[in-house]
Design a protein. Structure first.
Length: 191
C-alpha cells in the first residue's frame, strides 16, 4: 500500500467511525484498527487527532466544492446560482451520508465554531463562493441586508435539517421536493 493509499485508508476509517460514534467515540487506536494499520502509523500522517479532524474537514471541502461548482455559471442570476449550489449541496449530502454526519458533528464542535467564525469574519478565503453571492445579492438589493450569520442560517439550516431527516428515514427527498426546499430557502433570504 502506498503512502497516499495508507493516508486515504486512515482518513476513510476515521470519517466512518467519527460519523457513527462522534469525535470522542472514535479513539486513534480504533481508527488504526479499522484502517488496518498500527496505532503508531497514524501519527506518521497526522500529528494528533485534532489535526486529523481538521484534515478530514479540509478533504470534505475539497470533495464537495467541485461538485457544487460543476455547471455553476457566474453570469446566471443570483437566484439561479443560489438554487444551483444549494441543490447540488443537498444532493451531495443525500448521496454521501457519512460526509454529512461528519460535517454536522464538525460544525457543532469547537473545531467547527472556530472555522465558521473565521469564514464569516472573512479570515478564511478558500471556498467563499456563498459569501460572495450573499454580498452581491445584498449590494443589488436582491438579498435581505441581514448579518451573514443569519443569511447562512436561513439558507443552510433547512438544508441540513431535511438532509438529516432524509438520512433518518423521516422523509424521502425526491427531485421535486429538493427543488421546493431549496426554493423555500431562497424565498427566506430575498428582499
Amino acid at each position: 500500500m502506498s503512502k497516499l493509499e495508507k493516508r486515504d485508508e486512515i482518513a476513510r476509517a476515521a470519517l466512518g467511525l467519527i460519523a457513527e460514534n462522534g469525535f470522542h467515540g472514535a479513539p486513534m487506536a480504533m481508527i488504526a484498527e479499522k484502517a488496518g494499520v498500527g496505532a503508531g502509523t497514524i501519527y506518521r500522517y497526522f500529528e494528533n487527532k485534532d489535526i486529523l479532524i481538521n484534515e478530514l474537514y479540509r478533504d470534505l471541502e475539497e470533495r464537495i466544492y467541485p461538485i457544487i461548482l460543476c455547471g455553476y455559471e457566474q453570469k446566471q442570476t443570483i437566484r439561479n446560482r443560489f438554487l444551483h449550489m444549494n441543490s447540488a449541496m443537498l444532493r451531495y449530502f443525500i448521496e454521501n451520508p457519512l460526509d454529512f454526519r461528519f460535517l454536522e458533528q464538525f460544525h457543532n464542535s469547537p473545531f467547527g465554531v472556530a472555522h465558521r467564525r473565521d469564514k464569516i469574519l472573512g479570515k478564511k478565503k478558500e471556498c467563499d463562493i456563498f459569501l460572495e453571492l450573499f454580498r452581491e445579492g445584498i449590494a443589488q438589493k436582491i438579498v435581505k441586508d441581514l448579518p451573514l450569520v443569519i443569511l447562512f442560517a436561513l439558507s443552510f439550516g433547512p438544508i441540513l435539517t431535511v438532509t438529516r431527516d432524509h438520512i433518518l428515514g423521516f422523509i424521502k427527498l425526491d427531485d421535486v421536493l429538493i427543488d421546493q426546499t431549496v426554493a423555500a430557502c431562497w424565498d427566506a433570504i430575498t428582499a
